[in-house]
Design a protein around this ligand. Structure first.
Ligand code: UDX
Ligand code: ADP
Length: 451
């Protein structure tokens, strides 16, 4: 019996679409998987040795499947491929709207709508359309409306199959997920998609729900994770003034099996393309559907995060005072093991330090410095360093903003910082003893100075 689906297309070759399709192709060699993107440079990069996404383990997975049953192609060739596809994933960006109804909160569905248009024009026969990108609840209605306009007599089913991978651990998360969620209205298309995942995911980890529950569950999961980070960050400020240490508090709180230890790491603030955008989308949905109290509750998770970033930069600015000086920023990515800096705490903190007249030198092992400055709207005042040593040379303050492993083992005593420089550990990864031995001062999040 031939497998169904036989041909899968994914529209969008980004941080989600690329790794997800690479793992599906790797695990299902009998299925042809084609990834389409309108960005020709991105497609060229996926077909090269220099993949556009840095993710541990990704290059090996792509290396095994690319050219065998995994293909990255441009939009023009995608139209032909679409006619043969049984199953189409929509994996494009759904940024926060910047204008019109819901600006600043609601998700902008224009890229999703243009995908639906593309599918509607080029698909033939019966096609299952899968929402992979995070969508607001009832986005499937919009997709269905556009698909219904197709004039080739095609028939469609829409499923919601939101992605739960976290950047930096994407391959691990895709290969051994906690759960795969499939929301739909009829059992047959749900079963077709489930049959793909069952090739490597235990059946009990595949959760099926209604379409609207699946769409909302993804927003809810991200809101809960972000809420935990904001909760521990709120406590970090209280720890700093009371002498408690937030890591100790988190250990105690997290050892209650009802609470659990994950996502209780105090930090300089959460970043990434999902948390802020998805909570804003949730806030908008609450307001739109007449529950402003729930909207205010979730909005506060974001407010706390913005405050945490401001608070961290303010401490550095206050310490350096009128003397100003150079700040070494270690880490621009929103977390370790990714080259992604979308909504990274570093964007706001670097802008704030520069606005206060400080000189900023940054080092990150993976982030493209020019792209970072462009995205932050930083035209001048910030310099790149190619090594930690170069960044730290002559610095009066150091801000550790990403928890890259190499920062844990810096030999502080051998660096040329100014005497009594203060290290602001925005990730609580540094060893206080090593800092003390180098005659430097340490300020950790939610801890005592030089503890
Ligand atoms: C998140 C969700 O985890 C994932 O399931 C979803 O599919 C997409 O959004 P991602 O944004 O890639 O994934 O990374 P995540 O590991 O969730 O971290 C988000 C931010 O929170 C990072 O800036 C991270 O440093 C920060 N964080 C996380 C903390 O500050 N403390 C923690 O304890 C955990
Ligand atoms: P994510 O983190 O959700 O994967 P990205 O921004 O990394 O988001 O990737 C989304 C990709 O979708 C981009 O490469 C973008 O060029 C692509 N894209 C957006 N709209 C379309 C479209 N209509 N057709 C094809 N590709 C699209």
């Amino acid at each position: 019996m031939k497998p169904f689906p036989k041909k899968i297309i994914c529209i969008g070759a980004g941080y989600v679409g690329g790794p997800t399709m690479a793992v599906i192709a790797d695990r299902c060699p009998e299925i042809e998987v084609t990834v389409v993107d309108l960005n020709a440079d991105r497609i060229a990069a996926w077909n090269s040795a220099q993949l556009p996404v840095y993710e541990p383990g990704l290059a090996a997975v792509v290396g095994r499947a690319r050219g065998r049953n995994l293909f990255f192609i441009g939009q023009g060739d995608g139209a032909k491929k679409m006619a043969e596809a049984d199953l189409v994933f929509i994996s494009v960006n759904t940024p926060t709207k910047t204008e019109g109804e819901g600006a600043g909160k609601a998700s902008d569905l224009r890229y999703v709508e243009s995908c639906a248009q593309f599918i509607s024009e080029h698909a033939r026969g019966h096609t299952i359309v899968v929402e992979k990108s995070t969508m607001p609840v009832r986005a499937a209605d919009t997709i269905k409306r556009i698909l219904a306009q197709n004039s080739h007599g095609g028939s469609f089913e829409v499923l919601s199959n939101p992605e739960f991978l976290a950047e930096g651990t994407a391959i691990r998360d895709l290969e051994a997920p906690d759960r795969v969620l499939i929301g739909g209205e009829r059992p047959e298309p749900i079963e077709a998609l489930a049959s793909v995942y069952r090739r490597w995911v235990p059946a009990e980890r595949i959760i099926t729900t209604g379409l609207w529950s699946a769409e909302l569950a993804k927003l809810a999961a991200n809101a809960f994770l972000a809420q935990r980070v904001s909760s521990i960050n709120a406590l970090s400020a209280l720890c700093e003034v009371t002498g408690a240490h937030v890591d100790e508090v988190a250990r105690v709180v997290g050892s209650d099996s009802r609470i659990g230890p994950k996502f209780l790491k105090a930090s300089v603030g959460f970043g990434g393309s999902c948390f802020k955008k998805d909570i804003l989308s949730l806030v908008y949905l609450c307001e739109f559907h007449g529950v402003p109290e729930a909207a205010a509750y979730w909005q506060q998770v974001i407010e706390l995060n913005e405050w945490q970033k401001r608070r961290f930069a303010d401490q550095i600015i206050r310490q350096l005072g009128a003397a100003k000086g150079k700040v070494a920023v270690l880490g621009l990515a929103f977390k370790k093991d990714t080259n992604d800096f979308r909504e990274s705490a570093a964007l706001d903190i670097c802008r704030q330090l520069l606005a206060a007249g400080l000189e900023v030198v940054s080092y990150d092992p993976r982030v493209d410095f020019a792209a970072f400055c462009q995205s932050a709207g930083i035209a001048r005042g910030m310099q790149p360093a190619h090594t930690v040593r170069e960044a730290l040379s002559g610095a009066s303050a150091v801000a550790v903003l990403t928890e890259w492993e190499e920062f844990r083992s810096i030999d502080w005593a051998s660096m040329s910082l100014v005497p009594n420089a203060v290290i602001y550990d925005g990730r609580n990864i540094l060893d206080p003893e090593m800092i003390r031995r180098a005659n430097l001062l340490l300020h950790s999040i939610g801890g005592r100075d030089s503890d």
